[in-house]
Write a protein that binds this ligand. Structure first.
Ligand code: ME8
Length: 520
């Protein structure tokens, strides 16, 4: 694998990040970190979507300029991703000057080649979706089905993109590439939506929406959000209509574009059509994840249950985000909705990270110190009955990642931890020591520690801090690529002293912090 380019959706900056946004960024970061274990050139793009009527109105209501609102909130997203160890390569803002300039070139090119045309239009506009809705998609009461708000009637002369021209080609692409839309069950939804697709408005009258990128040579129109927002995936790499950068040539097409199920239509219909019009290849996969609910209900400002990701870290006094990352990524299979609850979070991470994985390492190293003064002797090395399962797990995890089954891969790692724990239970090294079968006892401990290196490596994308603490105590190089891992990872000689053994994850036993402290 020569390169791996992956992107997230870019978030609207009319508010602060919540754990739904965090879920997506964590998932993508986990995929990115996994592929750094398989290839040297991983490029991970995220950012913020800063134009449009919603931002304009929110800023006006706060009595600040849209740019001030964007600056303030974009920083909150960056801060949150830092706290969650989301290690992106680039953070793009759609108000970046070079992005704006390239979007103008893209628009101009499509206009000149006839894919964009001017047209007078009356339609139902939903601000929540930032798009015109088809009357047949509204609820019985005439509301937007996603935002449960009545769309506005908008009559304007706008520029339109000839989406209908690309309909057949998109349907063919989806049918010819069953893994283009992940999970596959969503492809049918998209095909149905394509059936009655119409040309789409790609600009707004400046008199209505001022906060947007200007259309070159037309003072009265600004480029409307989706063509601006979607282009970020190529402008960030330095695409330009005339002279695309080396970086662009190296990384495009994206290997996977991670988005929420609510914006799948834009990514699997509009985006492929724009790319086809620009004569560019389509991304390999669009991964549509599910939505995160809180205590089984939809997160919403009106319900007052919107949770910020950093407040979860604070209320549990977590020194790093690993437990939250692990929980979010394994809470539900990728394309399905997941749920966050404080109790479930505490129970799962205590069970998986503290009791099973953390304790296993701690106990094993403690026995090595107790019986052998922390020394690995050459006679402790030999055939490892856990090797087959451990090496097999690496292959299964890789396969899950290739299918973007991130939760399933996480559970596979837990299953290796369980099998290793069972091995310790069955072989009872403490009994072997009591019976003075010291070589056998040492063999069991080293077998376990060899597997712990594999576990550290596999858990790294989910829990980079815990993995690094594990690797340190095992004198194992976490940068080892997955394909270079063997079942023989522990070196002979003194491995560790008593004072260097430290638990990699402490149980969350404290009383749950006052939940209201977490509400935004
Ligand atoms: O849609 N659970 O921005 P956005 C899981 N700017 N994911 C959620 C979620 C939840 N409760 N709520 C939101 C936009 N998301 C556009 C995208 S891309 C070129 C432009 C996800 O801030 C949502 O599905 O409304 C989307 O993928 C991302 O957060 C940003 O949502």
């Amino acid at each position: 694998m020569e390169k791996f380019y992956l992107t997230t959706a870019i978030d609207y900056v009319n508010g602060a990040p919540h754990i739904g946004h965090a879920y997506e960024k964590i998932l993508t970061d986990i995929i990115a970190r996994h592929y750094t274990q398989r290839c040297d050139n991983v490029y991970f793009l995220t950012g913020t979507d800063e134009h449009g009527i919603k931002i304009q109105k929110t800023a006006a209501a706060k009595g600040i300029t849209p740019k001030e609102l964007c600056d303030e909130n974009a920083q909150k997203f960056k801060d949150a991703w830092k706290a969650l160890d989301v290690d992106y390569t680039k953070f793009i803002r759609t108000t970046d000057e070079d992005h704006e300039k390239i979007v103008q070139h893209i628009f101009d090119k499509l206009l000149k080649q006839g894919d964009i045309y001017k047209h007078s239009y009356e339609g139902l506009y939903c601000q929540g979706c930032e798009c015109f809705l088809n009357p047949k998609d509204l609820t019985e009461d005439g509301l937007c089905p996603d935002h449960l708000k009545k769309p506005e009637v908008v009559k304007e002369e706008n520029y339109f993109f000839k989406l209908t021209k690309y309909k057949d080609a998109i349907i063919k692409h989806i049918k010819d590439h069953p893994d283009f839309i992940v999970p596959e069950f969503r492809a049918n939804e998209v095909i149905n939506q394509l059936e009655d697709i119409q040309d789409i408005s790609v600009s707004r009258a400046k008199s209505n929406v001022e906060w947007g990128i200007d259309v070159l040579g037309d003072d009265e129109q600004s480029i409307y959000v989706w063509i601006d927002a979607l282009s970020n995936y190529i402008t960030a790499l330095g695409y330009d209509t005339e002279n695309p950068s080396e970086n662009f040539k190296k990384y495009w097409p994206a290997n996977v574009q991670v988005i929420g199920k609510d914006i799948l239509k834009f990514h699997s219909i509009y985006w492929p059509a724009f790319l086809m019009a620009l004569d560019l290849p389509l991304p390999k996969h669009i991964l549509a994840h599910g939505w995160i609910t809180i205590d089984e209900s939809k997160m919403s400002k009106s319900l007052g249950n919107v949770i910020s990701p950093t407040s979860v870290l604070e209320s549990f006094n977590l020194e790093h985000p690993d437990a939250f990352r692990y929980y979010m990524a394994t809470s539900a299979p990728c394309g399905r909705d997941g749920n966050y609850s404080d109790d479930d979070f505490k129970e799962k991470v205590n069970a998986h990270l503290a009791n099973s994985m953390g304790n296993l390492l701690n106990r094993t190293l403690s026995m090595l110190v107790k019986y052998f003064d922390g020394e690995v002797k050459p006679e402790f090395k030999g055939e490892n009955p856990l090797a087959k399962k451990a090496l097999g797990t690496i292959q299964i995890v890789k396969k899950h990642f290739d299918n973007f089954e991130i939760a399933e891969a996480g559970l596979e790692i837990t299953s290796l931890v369980d099998a290793t724990n069972k091995y310790v239970q069955d072989t009872a090294p403490w009994t072997l020591a009591k019976e003075e079968k010291m070589t056998e006892c040492g063999q069991v401990l080293v077998n376990v520690l060899d597997v712990m290196c594999i576990i550290a490596s596999l858990i790294y994308p989910y829990c980079p801090n815990i993995a690094s603490d594990m690797a340190k105590q095992l004198s194992f190089d976490l940068k080892t690529k997955l394909d270079d891992l063997t079942a023989d990872n522990i070196k002979c000689g003194k491995l560790i002293s008593k004072e260097d053994i430290k638990p990699v994850f402490l149980r969350l036993d404290s009383e749950l912090a006052d939940k209201s402290a977490k509400k935004q």
